[in-house]
Write a protein that binds this ligand. Structure first.
Ligand code: AGP
Length: 606
């Protein structure tokens, strides 16, 4: 949610800030802005919409200054327009902000009483005026300290001062922020991705810390304003050159990369010589864990739900799943023998992070399944299982979903084997099947034509439903979420057996319904539920797996067969046509596939 960049250099910075903002657009894209210092003045240019609009502005093209800050916005307070776009500036101070200031109304009252005039509807503008107000009587460190203490809520900030031509201040509480180091220049960024094209030397700020970024030096402070030392991390350069290649959209590329995602994960965790799973340095004894609680949001929550079915089936552990935004505010009964697993592609999702933080405060065992290993969730959990799928840019998560499911499945097999729930023969059998999965996903990716042709019917309908039972139910939820977020079509994921308890009333003549009915232990039951919706006029797209057994049902609109594998692994294959359905449906509608409306890739507000 929102992206921040800051550069303090001896060369002009506006073009580099614009390029970095383009990289950050996946975090927010309803408006953008830049501010630089030159000739003792703050220059500020902002525009509604994409960074392209900002770049075209002649003021940006002629912008001077060797120090500056930039921002891409995902609106929380106030409409997405150029007035509400960041930076927000007074005569003396300019600020970019990610997060939400919860007490902005009260602070605004106080500032108005002191004579400050507000231009925007944002919560951010209070930060500008607070610093300006405190600077009247205090030095920079004290005015920053006092401002940060006055703010309730979450923030990552980049701040420029008219009278400080060699200073960007960065500050963090709740929202991530990183500092990068370059030759005679230093940077501030809301994530390392924005900084990677300039440097691979990074320091992450922790909650409560702030920093002074000068051209040739960076100083860090704790919330009391006391100087602290921080580690400089060296990042891998592997992900520096991630682009769309010949693909029209990142999402199409990321769907096609899924066999590679799975191969990477399998190579990383499977020990082919000893037929085992390598999970090194697991910090707890297996006897210390008797239950697992899986926590995530959105697609990551769906991978948790999927894992619940595997854990229940394959282990004797108690397993539960929770949505992070619910978990964090409920009265939880923390249990010492529970392993709390946090699943997140970005590793920065505010709700998931807050749930992790709560568990840590209560002394629980925390493990995270993340893609970005430098992220806050990865850094702050006791143990990390990376998913190794490479950067994911499309706002709609695809390869990260398969990656998360893979790692959760691997964790489930390992715990099950260690607990002796699974004997050696069955364990090895499952590992052999798992190794074949990337190839099967590759073959399933070829089912393009049929999906392309059925997608029109989904576009024309008022709404659609996705039904599944057992292992297929979380995948039905994920299929519906993908269609909603990309094509803006109302789509409902439902357990097939639950239809008769209400949602069946929604079915009318010609309504497209996806039924996930692989030949697993739920097959016959799901086929019966499918017949119930067909009888009420639904147009059913049946997705099953290849088999010699004929499908005994009449009036199915279309059938699509994915490859065949064991019952545990079929969900991976069923996911592929659903991702493609959402992709083609949005493509036909001409929507912005990589940046669907109202959404952002990294949800760092609650
Ligand atoms: C999925 O397509 C989403 N855009 C969204 O639901 C996402 O999965 C969710 O916001 C969680 O993100 P995370 O994995 O980065 O924590």
């Amino acid at each position: 949610m929102c992206g921040i960049i800051g550069i303090n250099s001896s060369k002009p910075v506006s073009a580099t800030i614009i390029n970095s903002l383009k990289k950050l657009e996946y975090r927010g894209y309803d408006s953008a802005g830049i501010a630089t210092l030159s000739a003792g003045l703050i220059n500020e240019v902002k525009s509604e919409g994409r960074v392209d609009n900002l770049e075209k502005d002649s003021l940006v093209q002629n912008m001077q200054g060797t120090i500056g800050i930039g921002h891409v916005r995902w609106a929380t307070h106030g409409l997405p327009n150029s007035i509400n776009a960041h930076p927000h500036s007074s005569q003396n101070v300019s600020v970019v902000h990610n997060g939400i200031i919860e007490n902005s109304t009260l602070l605004k009252k106080f500032l108005v009483s002191k004579g400050h005039k507000f231009k925007s509807q944002t919560d951010t503008e209070v930060i500008v005026h607070l610093i300006t107000e405190y600077l009247k009587t205090k030095n920079i460190i004290d005015s920053i300290k006092k401002t940060l203490k006055s703010l309730h809520g979450s923030f990552a900030l980049g701040i420029l001062f008219k009278d400080q031509p060699d200073l960007i201040v960065g500050a963090r509480r709740g929202s991530p922020l990183a500092v990068g180091y370059g030759p005679n220049e230093n940077y501030l960024g809301s994530d390392s991705y924005a900084l990677k094209s300039m440097t691979n030397k990074i320091t992450y700020l922790n909650d409560g810390e702030f920093c002074f970024i000068k051209k040739d030096q960076v100083e860090f402070f704790n919330n009391e304003g006391i100087k602290i030392n921080k580690k400089v991390l060296q990042l891998s350069s592997e992900e520096q050159k991630y682009d769309k290649g010949d693909y029209k959209h990142f999402m199409a590329k990321e769907i096609d990369e899924q066999p590679k995602t799975l191969k990477n994960g399998i190579n990383e965790y499977l020990d082919n010589i000893n037929n085992d799973i390598n999970i090194y340095n697991f910090p707890w004894k297996i006897s210390e864990i008797s239950s697992v609680l899986l926590i995530g949001c959105g697609t990551a929550y769906h991978s948790c739900l999927m894992a619940k079915y595997w854990f229940e089936q394959i282990t004797s552990l108690d397993v539960n799943v929770d949505i992070a935004s619910e978990f964090r505010y409920r009265k939880n009964r923390f249990k010492k023998d529970t392993l709390y697993v946090f699943v997140s592609q970005s590793g920065e999702t505010a709700d998931t992070y807050a749930a992790l933080d709560l568990c840590k405060q209560n002394g629980m065992k925390t493990c995270s399944v993340v893609n970005i290993i430098e992220s806050s969730i990865a850094r702050d959990s006791d143990f990390v299982l990376p998913i190794h799928c490479g950067i994911e840019i499309g706002v709609a998560s695809t390869k990260a979903f398969l990656g998360q499911m893979l790692i959760l499945y691997i964790l489930c097999l390992k715990l099950s084997f260690l607990r002796k729930d699974l004997d050696k023969d069955n364990f090895i059998k499952k590992l052999i099947d798992l190794k074949k999965l990337p190839k099967l996903v590759d073959q399933t990716l070829l089912t393009d034509n049929k999906i392309q042709s059925v997608s029109s019917s989904f576009n024309e309908a008022k709404g659609s439903m996705f039904l599944g039972r057992g292992f297929s139910y979380p995948i039905a939820l994920e299929g519906a979420l993908k269609l909603k977020e990309l094509s803006y079509i109302h789509a409902e994921g439902y357990p097939a057996g639950e239809m008769k308890h209400g949602p069946l009333a929604l079915i009318e003549e010609g309504m497209p319904v996806v039924v996930l009915a692989p030949r697993d232990s739920y097959y016959k039951k799901t086929i019966s539920n499918m017949q119930e919706v067909i009888a009420r006029g639904a147009k059913v797209l049946l997705i099953t797996n290849k088999s010699e057994d004929e499908i005994i049902s009449e009036n199915i609109w279309e059938t699509l067969e994915v490859e065949n594998t064991n019952e545990d692994l079929l969900p991976f294959l069923l996911t592929i046509p659903l991702q493609k359905l959402a992709y083609y449906s949005a493509l036909k509608k001409g929507y912005d596939i990589d940046k669907p409306r109202n959404l952002a890739k990294s949800v760092t507000v609650e």
